[in-house]
Design a protein around this ligand. Structure first.
Ligand SMILES: Cc1ncc(COP(=O)(O)O)c(C=O)c1O
Length: 329
């Protein structure tokens, strides 16, 4: 940061030059960004900006969602758009365009990126216009789409398994947990807390002592008698990945890899006594957990069910009938 005595009033050219300078200092692999405010796509990361007075920035009045690009196709976008619209309604945000237009903007932004693999994150914001709480009278809801390589996870998560801790941060109240808003402070703090302790993630526990979810992923368990268990979805985010896997998992019962599938409350003691534990989400896919609060889960090695679930997901991402949108590069 420049020292306060030297603060200058900048013109548009200075601003562009300085935004470029920022990106040179810290290069980012973002390949395309759509902004409804600009009415177009930019591919220069220095231009991927939104007005500071947008209420998503200074009040957290915004929502988002993330879908994947796999082999030049967008996977399961409709499920993510369903959740995006549910989040918009819960946040009293009026979409700035129809769902069809939104899908088309996402597909065209992905095409402009040229990327065959990665993530698409998109946001709806309550707009700019004042620094109050409720949107300004003439505020226009914003819609933004970013194409980026996706979050990178350590290969060790999949080969050796993850080590997690019960977070000391309270789980979000149900309404905020089921809404994918831009208020991720508890999720950020839980990841930082785990990192500070040399661990890979945290576990939110609800007020009744049942397992909730991780920082940006859901959590499933396999009991010692082979039952795949997942918490109810009324107090945690409805993960598109785990919901799809729960639809696909009956094939694992047929194959004898698991005995049954159950959705319900999972008390911590029961969860700790599992044969397997796994984290599931559209960025991590399916990653086994082998240690929780220093307690070994199962035999301390990634188990067969987490491997089978990962395989099911990867196959669905490649072949999922009716779930893939071709990107017209
Ligand atoms: C809090 C939280 N739980 C669960 C998930 C998993 O959801 P999905 O499978 O749709 O990525 C996410 C990621 O979006 C999340 O942020």
């Amino acid at each position: 940061m420049s020292s306060p005595e030297k603060i200058q009033t900048l013109g548009p050219d200075d601003v562009i030059a300085r935004l470029r300078g920022l990106r040179e200092k810290q290069p980012v692999p973002f390949s395309a960004f759509y902004s409804s405010y600009l009415g177009g796509v930019v591919t220069d990361p220095s231009l991927m900006v939104i007005p500071f007075d947008d209420h998503m920035v200074h009040r957290g009045h915004g929502i988002f969602d993330t879908a994947s690009i796999v082999d030049g196709k967008i996977y399961d976008l409709e499920a993510h758009l369903d959740r995006f619209h549910r989040s918009a309604e819960a946040s009293k945000l009026t979409p700035p365009c129809s769902r069809d237009e939104m899908r088309e903007i996402i597909v065209q932004t992905a095409a402009a990126s040229g990327q065959k693999k990665g993530s698409i994150r998109y946001w709806m914001s309550s707009g700019s216009g004042n620094l109050g709480l409720v949107p300004a009278a003439d505020a226009e809801t914003g819609f933004f789409v970013m194409i980026f390589p996706g979050l990178a996870y350590d290969k060790r998560f999949y080969t050796d398994g993850m080590r997690v801790m019960t977070t000391t941060y309270p789980i979000k109240p149900a309404l905020y947990a089921i809404t994918k808003s831009t208020n991720y402070l508890p999720n950020v703090l839980m990841q930082l807390e785990a990192k500070e302790k040399g661990l890979d993630n945290g576990v939110f526990i609800d007020a009744d002592g049942n397992v909730g979810e991780g920082s940006n992923m859901n959590m499933a368990f396999v009991t010692k008698d082979g039952v795949l268990k997942h918490p109810r979805f009324d107090k945690i985010l409805s993960g598109c990945t785990v919901l799809r896997l729960l639809e696909l998992a009956p094939v694992l019962v047929t194959q004898g890899i698991i005995q049954d599938i159950k959705i319900g409350d999972i008390p911590v003691e029961e969860a700790m006594d599992s044969a397997e534990m796994m984290l599931i989400g559209s960025s991590i896919y399916v990653a086994p957990v082998v240690e929780w609060d220093g307690h070994v889960i199962g035999d301390g090695k990634p188990g067969p069910v987490s491997k089978a679930m990962l395989q099911l997901l990867e196959e669905d991402m490649k072949a999922g009938e009716g779930r893939l949108i071709d990107i017209p590069y």
